[in-house]
Design a binder for this molecule. Structure first.
Ligand SMILES: Nc1ncnc2c1ncn2[C@@H]1O[C@H](COP(=O)(O)OP(=O)(O)O)[C@@H](O)[C@H]1O
Ligand SMILES: CC(C)(COP(=O)(O)O)[C@@H](O)C(=O)NCCC(=O)O
Length: 244
């Protein structure tokens, strides 16, 4: 069994895999060594673990995993991968982005795949049919857009995401913000997909991340939702490192 840990800017998600199949997946605000102790008691067959992190995390967590398990990988720029990483600043690349494209390649190895990770930030990343991760873009996440309007102005309230908002424009401050943020994100995403499709034929689109369900029935382009894409990618990297 494998333990995979994805430390994002908002949440940490940890999952247990058994022969490639995800048994459990749990989001927590902060992963503590005590959580790992409990998990290892519950699943004594866990022998390997991998962590992807986009921020600093407790050294105690790493020490515990190194001590208790047969194999532990902290995903980094030198970790061997089943795809070629063509990002130029590999040392600054978010490891969640790398895991996402490995997951995409594992699911759709014959296709060009655009991975959209709608989390704290929104990343758009391309892995092509030649097994190459080519790079992508980073833009503010949904919640960050609402928060920015509130924090950097004197009069704009903090508005919450509204699933039912479907107007082109607003007639109240709240509606105007919803229109700007939500429609803006939908327009952005559809346009990004359109542009990638112009250059990459046979393009599959995967949406993942805490806000993946926001796009449901909103985009004109078709896409697959894989909430556990990062975990799938991390598990694949862990397995790959056992094979080579
Ligand atoms: N239960 C939840 N707890 C926290 N954030 C959530 C939850 N459900 C949806 N979200 C949204 O998902 C985002 C976090 O998504 P996630 O993919 O976990 O991000 P990250 O990898 O950046 O930590 C938040 O910014 C929020 O907008
Ligand atoms: C772009 C990100 C902030 C996304 O993080 P997330 O929203 O998943 O928490 C993260 O991947 C990151 O810190 N990247 C470093 C810069 C780069 O990828 O080039």
């Amino acid at each position: 069994m494998n333990l995979v840990i994805d430390i994002g800017n908002t949440r940490t998600k940890f999952s247990v895999f058994n022969h490639g199949e995800e048994m459990i997946s749990v989001p927590v605000e902060e992963l503590l060594p005590s959580h790992i102790e409990i998990l290892l008691k519950e699943y004594p067959s866990i022998e390997k673990a991998i962590i992807s992190s986009v921020k600093d995390y407790s050294p105690a967590l790493k020490e515990l995993l190194q001590k208790k398990l047969k194999k532990f990988i902290e995903l980094g720029e030198h970790t061997p991968l089943p795809i070629e990483n063509c990002y130029k600043s590999k040392e600054t690349l978010g490891k969640d982005r790398l895991a996402g494209v490995v997951g995409a390649f594992h699911l759709y190895p014959e296709n060009n795949v655009l991975v959209i990770d709608a989390g704290t930030a929104i990343t758009y990343d391309l892995v092509d049919e030649n097994r190459q991760y080519l790079g992508g873009t980073i833009s503010p996440g949904l919640e960050m857009r609402f928060k920015a309007l509130n924090q950097f102005t004197g009069r704009l309230p903090l508005v919450e995401r509204n699933e039912n908002f479907n107007k082109l424009f607003g007639q109240t401050t709240e509606e105007a913000i919803l229109g700007g943020v939500q429609n803006g994100l939908v327009f952005e995403t559809d346009k990004v997909i359109d542009r990638f499709k112009e250059f990459y034929k046979n393009l599959y689109v995967i949406i993942t991340g805490g806000n993946a369900n926001f796009f449901d029935k909103k985009l004109k382009n078709s896409f697959f939702v894989h909430f556990n894409l990062i975990a799938i990618g991390l598990n694949r990297i862990l397995e790959y490192n056992g094979e080579i």
